[in-house]
Ligand binder design. Structure first.
Ligand code: ZN
Length: 292
């Protein structure tokens, strides 16, 4: 078994890269390879690779880039995973630094709007300290909203709060700089990596096949097949959970064959206390030969 989609505390995960490796080695799932794919950052890769080298585990350097929304093409929060990237690429480092800065600026502005226009008790510094690492995301804002504003949030679902600050939401702020789908793919390509459409089944789109077609035209070379859909948004705890886990991997596997795409997959593990564990996606070892 392998797991090609994992997060550390350098983005929004809880474990350090070393802890991820340790956790993988002590699990009884016989995992041969893992990829660290933090959101918009490669800062964790040096530790990940140097610790990995000392073990039998194959450690693959990766990234997960959040691409710019493109509502005309119905692309909302589409993520592109890059596997086997050269994390020392200057072009990659510069682009990610700019992306990170604009992401932080955006989160600051969202906190200000939530406070000034909507009356929530929220402060960017608190969001930042909850995030801990370098990449601050919507989950951290939602966490502070829930913690500090029980009265204002008790009749709203967590999904509602995510939507309010996400693209098209009432408290959303557009970023100054954000890599488009095409730019993200090119960046991964130019740093020697394989651009892969992440968790294609989770996006709210009218047509899943159209989404893949757009991504293929944009240059993706791979697609995630195995993914713990039943334990992830938007399916977790819904009546569609078992439908998703039974049908989506098969559906995207057929599409991968149609377009001759590399098959990938992973758990999208974020931390020890969540229901998703490393190796949960049951990604077959056979995929590995496509990457190394
Ligand atoms: Zn992820």
């Amino acid at each position: 078994m392998i797991d090609l989609h994992i997060h550390s505390n350098f983005s929004d995960g809880l474990d350090t890269p070393s802890q991820l490796i340790e956790r993988t080695l002590i699990s009884n799932k016989m995992i041969k390879a893992i990829a660290l794919t933090d959101h918009d950052t490669i800062e964790g890769l040096a530790e990940f690779l140097s610790i990995g080298e000392k073990t039998n585990l194959i450690t693959i350097p990766g990234i997960e880039i959040s691409t710019k929304d493109d509502l005309e093409r119905n692309l909302k929060d589409v993520h592109i995973v890059g596997l086997n990237i050269d994390h020392e690429s200057i072009e990659l480092n510069n682009a990610l630094r700019a992306q990170l800065k604009s992401r932080i600026d955006q989160k600051k502005k969202i906190c200000k709007r939530l406070r000034d226009e909507f009356g929530f008790n929220i402060d960017f510094q608190e969001v930042k300290s909850i995030a801990g690492g370098s990449s601050i995301g919507r989950p951290h804002i939602v966490k502070v909203l829930l913690k500090n504003n029980p009265d204002m949030t008790n009749n709203r679902s967590v999904n509602d709060l995510f939507k309010m600050i996400g693209a098209g939401g009432k408290a959303h702020v557009i970023r100054d700089f954000e890599l488009s789908l095409e730019e993200s793919i090119q960046l991964i390509d130019s740093s020697g990596g394989i651009p892969i459409l992440a968790h294609p089944g989770i996006y709210e789109v009218e047509s899943r096949s159209k989404l893949v077609e757009i991504c293929v035209q944009a240059g993706i070379r791979g697609i995630e097949i195995e993914y713990p859909y039943e334990k992830s948004n938007p399916f977790v705890n819904t009546e569609k959970a078992s439908w998703a886990c039974e049908n989506l991997p098969k559906y995207f596997s057929n599409i991968a064959e149609k377009y001759n795409l590399i098959k990938s997959g992973g758990s999208d593990y974020h931390g020890g206390n969540k229901i998703v564990q490393i190796g949960d996606a049951d990604v077959p070892d056979a995929y590995l030969k496509q990457f190394i």
